[in-house]
Design a protein around this ligand. Sequence first.
Ligand code: AMP
Ligand code: ZN
Length: 497
Amino acid sequence: MNNPLYVYNSISRDKDHFVPKEEGYVGMYVCGPTVYSDVHLGNCRTFVSFDIIYRYLLFLGYKVRYVRNITDVGHLTGDSEDGEDKIVVKAKQERLEPMEVVQKYMNGFHDMMDVFNVKRPSIEPRATGHILEQIEMVQDIIKNGYGYESNGSVYFDTVKFNEDKGSYGKLSGRVMDELLEETRVLKNQSEKRNASDFAIWMKAAPEHLMKWESPWSVGFPGWHLECSAMSTKYLGSNFDIHGGGNDLKFPHHENEIAQNEGACGCAPARYWLHTNMLLMNGRKMSKSEDNSITPEQLFTGSSKHVSKGYSPMVIRFFMLMAHYRSTMDITDDALQAAEKGYYKLMDAYYSLQELNTNNTDEGSLDQEVNALIDQAHADMNDDFNTPKALSRFFELTSMVNKLKGGQLKISDLGSATLDRLKKAFQSFIFDIFGLKDEAHHDDDHNHLDGAMRLIIDLRADARANKNWAVADKIRDTLSELEITLKDGKDGTDWSIH
Ligand code: AMP
Ligand code: ZN
């Protein structure tokens, strides 16, 4: 781990030198999806951003335990306490079991993460599988004087916590007095000591679908509690990185910090990383505001916002083109630029493989090439600056193209530098940026399809000439290769099974 890594820490509001608690190991928790609907592209941006962070930590040689939860209970509509459980609402609408809703959208989420080549986390805990841990945490919070029961529900006493620790609002910058003045009338406001208090356990109505026994009532945990309990369980009470979209800073993450400090007196995470929002038409992409586009709509081009379809890797490339802390507006022009950029980078990777040099000394191009590679590493060490790192690779790409085209002489590149350049392309494109080679995979398919068309024509000719031996031989040999021919009214098609 040569260069120091700096990460922007939302708690210190500064770029901090990243030093894990235990040398060589990183514990990272990222708030996962609430699985009540299909993921939209904004959600995907956040998970792709953390995927790049995860991949870069792995690239640096850390052993990373990456925990990303699944929220399958307690997240209420409107993100407020007077809402209804989002999963229960969906279960009623679709006449499904709540766990059927969870399974359905969790499967869809996993499929979509695979499509975007997002690495799977080390642990993916579910809130409903950790009710006991959450009840224990509520008990600890009550024992320490920061929680109180009221009519079967349990609330976190934000005022008492702030008096003792002086820190409620330290992550989000919200001010206690202003929070108290916020006059939103919530259903259970009368049960609370202070308007800013939040539920950590909620009593369920008799007809409520997902509920558990607890010392206070038959009920369910508050949304914020699950992340506090599950991060503590798998990463310890003080771990390295906690992440999520910046829309979760308040109240979700602020309340997580309060709960962890209230339960054990320790701040959960040392570095808080927040991704910025994907916008559409200048507004946050959001399902509830009907301002969202699904990944499928982008793949197929079936949305009024795009002129054509874009492949998953083009979209992943598009996401790399902005820093994770900047907002990003999805536009057709930006996607077209991403498409060009993605193919250009991939082509350069293949051109590079074919370059060889006999120069075993230093060449006149070495310094420039090495400097660009060093800069790309420095960009990643500077709070994972993917757009800058990409720009270095575009400079390298144009050098590769000139070397290939003869405008630059390959003998001006030393063999050690050429090797380093090949390795850098390999590790940045595939390991760090997490791109897959759709472009050349498609080329392979096109070649194979061309060859198959020829074979199908030859077989048709053989049959027309009643040359059954040749026709059968073609079919049987293809069958041994697990290629099936299907004769239809529009001709013959082929598939690999
Ligand atoms: P949810 O399923 O609503 O809990 O959201 C899952 C994750 O997606 C959270 O980390 C959110 O912060 C994030 N998210 C939601 N909308 C957007 C958006 N428009 N752009 C980027 N991230 C988002
Ligand atoms: Zn969370």
